[in-house]
Ligand binder design. Structure first.
Ligand SMILES: C[S@@+](CC[C@H](N)C(=O)[O-])C[C@H]1O[C@@H](n2cnc3c(N)ncnc32)[C@H](O)[C@@H]1O
Length: 325
C-alpha cells in the first residue's frame, strides 16, 4: 500500500534538510521504545526529531493498517458515509488521511493529541488537504478531555499500547459515547495488541455495539493463546524510509489488529479469513473465523464449484460472502 500522493509530498517537505544520521538515530530510539512498549512517563513523540522519525519510518505502516481496517468496515457498511471524524491520539494525523481516502464525504475532523510537536506537524500536513476542516486539540485521552462533540466516525490507532491498562475501559466507554456511527480501534498485530483489542471488543459488545469487522459475530473470540488474531499489509518503503531504518528491501509487512464497532448492524458474512490461504492445484485451505462463532480450517476443492471460484480469490483479512454456492 502506498501513501496518498499529497501526503507523500507534504511528508517529504517536512523531512527535507533533516540530516540522515540524526533521523537514523531518532528512528532507532523510537523503534526500541515501541518494541519495549515503554511507559516511563515520557512521550515517544516528544520532540521534532522523534516526530520526523515517525513520519519517515512509522506513519506509512500505521496509515496502511488504518486504511485497511477502515476498508474492511466500509465493505460491510455500504451506506455509511461519515461527514465528521474524531481521532484521539492523532499523532501526525495518519487516521485523518486514511479516513479521507476511504470516505470522500468526510468534511470535518477534530484531532486530539497530547504531544505539541506531533500536533504542529499533523496540522501542517493536514493544511495541504483539500475540503476538510480540521481542528487540533491538546488533550490527554486518559484524563478529562476537553468538551468534545460526537462524530460519525471515531478512531484510536496505535494508542492503547501507550496508556496504562487501567485507563482502557473508561476510555472505551467515552469513545463509544462519542460515536454516532462507527468506532475503529487499531493496534499492533502482536499477542499483546490482540489482548487489548479483545478487552475493547468485550466492553463494546456489553455496551450494545454491533461488530462490523473483522469479527463476523459477537460471540466470544474462538481463538486461544498461543494463537492470536492479526492481519498484515505490505507497505512500500520510500528511499528515505529505507535509509532511516537501515532496511534493504523496498517494502515491509505491517502486522495489525483492529475492531470496528457500529451503531447499526453491519452486513452478515459467512466468515473472515484469519491467516494466509494455502493453495495447491485444485484446492485452497482457508483458516476462517465463522459467523457461528467458531474458527478453524476449511479446505475447498474444485468440486465445490462456485465456492471454490470465490475461495481461491480470497486473501488473508478478506470477508467470505454468505452462500458462495
Ligand atoms: C504511535 S502514535 C500513533 C499516532 C497515530 N494515531 C497513528 O496511528 O499513526 C501514538 C500517539 O498517541 C499519543 N498519545 C499517547 N498517549 C496519549 C494520551 N494519553 N492522550 C493523548 N494522546 C496520547 C502520542 O503522543 C502519539 O502521538
Amino acid at each position: 500500500m502506498e501513501l496518498p500522493a499529497p501526503l507523500k509530498v507534504a511528508i517529504d517537505r517536512q523531512l527535507e534538510r533533516t540530516p540522515l544520521a540524526e533521523l537514523q538515530r531518532a528512528a532507532a530510539l523510537l523503534s526500541s521504545r515501541y518494541r519495549a512498549e515503554l511507559r516511563d512517563g515520557r512521550l515517544h513523540l516528544d520532540g521534532e526529531l522523534a516526530v520526523k522519525a515517525y513520519l519517515a519510518t512509522r506513519l506509512p505502516a500505521t496509515y496502511a493498517a488504518i486504511r485497511a481496517s477502515l476498508a474492511s468496515a466500509a465493505e460491510l457498511l455500504p451506506d455509511f458515509a461519515p461527514a465528521t471524524l474524531l481521532d484521539l491520539g492523532a499523532g501526525p494525523g495518519s487516521a485523518l488521511w486514511a479516513a479521507a481516502d476511504c470516505w470522500p464525504e468526510l468534511s470535518a475532523a477534530c484531532l486530539v493529541e497530547t504531544s505539541p510537536t506531533a500536533r504542529a506537524v499533523g496540522e501542517a500536513l493536514a493544511s495541504t488537504m483539500d475540503g476538510i476542516e480540521h481542528l487540533w486539540i491538546a488533550g490527554d485521552v486518559t484524563r478529562d478531555l476537553p468538551a468534545l462533540g460526537p462524530a460519525d466516525l471515531v478512531t484510536l490507532s496505535y494508542v492503547l499500547d501507550e496508556i496504562e491498562p487501567v485507563a482502557l475501559e473508561p476510555l472505551v466507554d467515552r469513545l463509544w459515547a462519542l460515536t454516532a456511527g462507527l468506532l475503529v480501534i487499531v493496534e499492533p498485530g502482536t499477542p499483546a495488541g490482540w489482548r487489548r483489542i479483545l478487552a475493547v471488543r468485550r466492553r463494546l459488545i456489553d455496551a450494545g455495539a454491533h461488530m462490523a469487522a473483522p469479527c463476523p459475530h459477537s460471540a466470544p473470540c474462538p481463538l486461544a493463546e498461543p494463537d492470536w488474531c492479526h492481519f498484515s499489509r505490505r507497505v512500500a518503503r520510500s528511499r528515505l524510509h529505507r535509509l532511516a531504518k537501515g532496511g534493504e528491501v523496498p517494502w515491509e509487512d505491517e502486522k495489525y489488529i483492529f475492531v470496528a464497532a457500529s451503531r447499526r448492524p453491519a452486513e452478515t458474512v459467512a466468515a473472515r479469513v484469519i491467516a494466509p490461504p494455502r493453495g495447491a492445484k485444485g484446492l485452497v485451505t482457508l483458516k476462517l473465523c465463522r459467523n457461528d462463532g467458531l474458527a478453524g480450517e476449511r479446505t475447498i476443492t474444485r468440486r465445490d464449484g462456485a465456492a471454490f471460484r470465490i475461495a481461491r480469490r480470497l486473501d488473508w483479512g478478506d470477508a467470505m460472502p454468505l452462500d458462495p454456492g
